[in-house]
Every structure is written in structure tokens, then in C-alpha cells.
Design a protein around this ligand. Structure first.
Ligand code: ARG
Length: 280
């Protein structure tokens, strides 16, 4: 790129940001009252007002990046609804609805599908158990799809039919990284970051073949859900405690922006979990 007019806040010579449209849900009713992943300890206290304050920093960060941020009303009694990524998966204005694994979260599926319909998306009711963008990640033209703990491999086949795109199934093997978005961060249309130990040999071979230049995350960063991040192609919103990931992103020409969602980590979620991308 020439020296003419690179704007340092939006892009550098190798990366460029594309403004995103995302759906979020304020954690007004957030708490940990059941245990469906190893991060959750219902016997320990949570601070809902702190969760809201931390979430508001994330919300503000997206607004300041120029994102179009939409909100779905939280529902009392659905404490995990803040993790909007699980509410569905959207490409080309088509919303493939979620069908949750555990009964505690099942009412969220129809609530999100209602929002999609009311907001002009074409809704596809799922025939198979799946937890939306928690397990499905679009990288360029390919959909990476996780299974092993939540979304079923049948949902991967359904996904391929709905969108007519290639779906790469990846089996997750560590219960701490039970959703694909806890083990892989999508950085842009061609690259990702991931945690090697979250996958079996077959999945690792697939990832190495597809993304030879991927960032390999440390166990320490993954353990604060550092990979659970959201990128616009240049700015990457990450857990502020994921310091090595931050360094690696900087080295590669990305602009990491740290936020602290410690309270939402008690439910087993981070930045990406709170973010559902709306692709029209
Ligand atoms: N407590 C929630 C669950 O176990 C956390 C969901 C996190 N979301 C995500 N996209 N990884 O379902």
C-alpha cells in the first residue's frame, strides 16, 4: 500500500476493518443457577450489576468501532440469554435457529427465532440440536462447525443444506472448551487463531491444512477464554487477560482491544459468546 492516507485508527498496511452488524442481550437476569459446563458453579455468588457494567463496556466498544449493534430483550429466568452467539447462525439474511442441548436453555431458541423474524430475517427452524454461532464459525466461504459437547453432527449436515456451503466438522475433546468459539477465533476471511489441545488428531490435521499461518494460542490464554473474541478484520476485541494472544495479534498487524468480562466468565462465556453476527 502507498503512503497516502492510511488511517491508523481503522487500518494499517496489511489489515482492513469492515463494519459489522451484531446482536447482543443485556445480562439483566444473568446469574449462575445451574451447571451445564465446567466453568459454572451455582453454589458460588454472582454479581448481576457487575455483569451488566462489564457487558456495557463491550457494547460501547462495538459502538465506538462503528458497528451496528442491535439488542434483544432479556427474559427473566433465562440467565444464559446474554450469550447471544448461541441464539442462531445467520448468513445471507437466512437465520438457522438454535435448538439447545440442555432443557435450561431450550426456551431461548424460539425467543431468538422470533427476534430474527421480527427483524426481517428468513428463519429456518432447526431439525437438529445446535447452539448457533457458539459452534458455527464462518471463515471466508467455509463454515467451521464444532461437535462433541453441544451441536450434533447431523446439524452440520443440515447447515450445509441450508446454506449450500462447505461445512468442515471439527470434534471438540476438552469439556472446558465445549463450544467451537471457545477454541477458535476467526480473525478475518482467511485466518484464525486456535487452541491445538481442544481438537482431536483429525480436526488438527484439517485446521493445519486449511490455515497454515494460524495463530496458535497458549493454554493460559485459552483458560481465560481469550480465543472467545470478535474481529472486524483489523480490530480484535479480546479478553484483556489474554496477554500472549494480544502480543501475537499485534505482531500480525491486528489491533487487539482488551475488555474484562470476568463476571460473565462465571457462566463459561466471553466476548464472542455475547455477540451474534447479523450477516444480511
Ligand atoms: N452457560 C452457557 C452455556 O453453557 C455459556 C455459553 C457460552 N457461549 C458460547 N458461545 N460459547 O451454554
Amino acid at each position: 500500500m502507498s503512503a497516502i492516507s492510511p488511517s491508523p485508527t481503522v487500518e494499517n498496511s496489511t489489515r482492513s476493518a469492515t463494519s459489522r452488524s451484531v446482536l447482543m442481550c443485556r445480562p439483566d437476569f444473568f446469574t449462575v443457577s445451574y451447571r451445564i459446563n465446567p466453568w459454572m458453579h451455582p453454589e458460588e455468588p454472582t454479581d448481576t450489576s457487575l455483569a451488566v457494567r462489564q457487558w456495557e463496556v463491550l457494547y460501547r466498544t462495538y459502538v465506538d468501532l462503528g458497528f451496528d449493534v442491535r439488542l434483544i430483550d432479556p427474559i427473566e429466568g433465562l440467565p444464559d440469554m446474554v450469550y447471544a452467539a448461541n441464539g442462531g447462525f445467520i448468513i445471507d439474511n437466512i437465520a438457522y435457529g438454535a435448538s439447545f442441548t440442555y432443557p435450561e436453555r431450550q426456551p431461548e431458541g424460539p425467543a431468538y427465532m422470533d427476534w430474527f423474524r421480527d427483524n426481517g430475517f428468513e428463519v429456518r427452524h432447526p431439525a437438529n440440536i445446535n447452539e448457533g454461532e457458539g459452534d458455527f464459525l464462518l471463515v471466508g466461504g467455509v463454515i467451521l462447525a464444532g461437535t462433541g459437547f453441544r451441536s450434533t453432527s447431523n446439524s452440520h449436515r443440515e447447515l450445509a443444506q441450508v446454506y449450500g456451503r462447505e461445512v468442515v466438522s471439527l470434534e471438540l475433546v476438552n469439556p472446558d472448551f465445549y463450544h467451537l468459539d471457545t477454541a477458535i477465533a476467526v480473525l478475518d476471511d482467511t485466518n484464525i487463531a486456535y487452541l491445538e489441545s481442544a481438537f482431536n488428531g483429525k480436526g488438527l490435521a484439517r485446521l493445519r491444512g486449511l490455515f497454515p499461518d494460524a495463530i496458535i494460542a497458549t493454554e493460559e490464554d485459552a483458560a481465560v477464554l481469550g480465543l472467545n473474541s470478535f474481529s472486524d478484520g483489523y480490530n480484535v476485541v479480546i479478553a484483556s487477560r489474554a496477554t500472549d494472544f494480544e502480543r501475537q495479534l499485534r505482531e500480525r498487524g491486528y489491533n487487539p482491544i482488551g475488555v474484562d468480562l470476568s463476571e460473565l466468565l462465571l457462566g463459561g462465556g466471553g466476548v464472542k459468546c455475547c455477540t451474534l453476527e447479523l450477516r444480511r
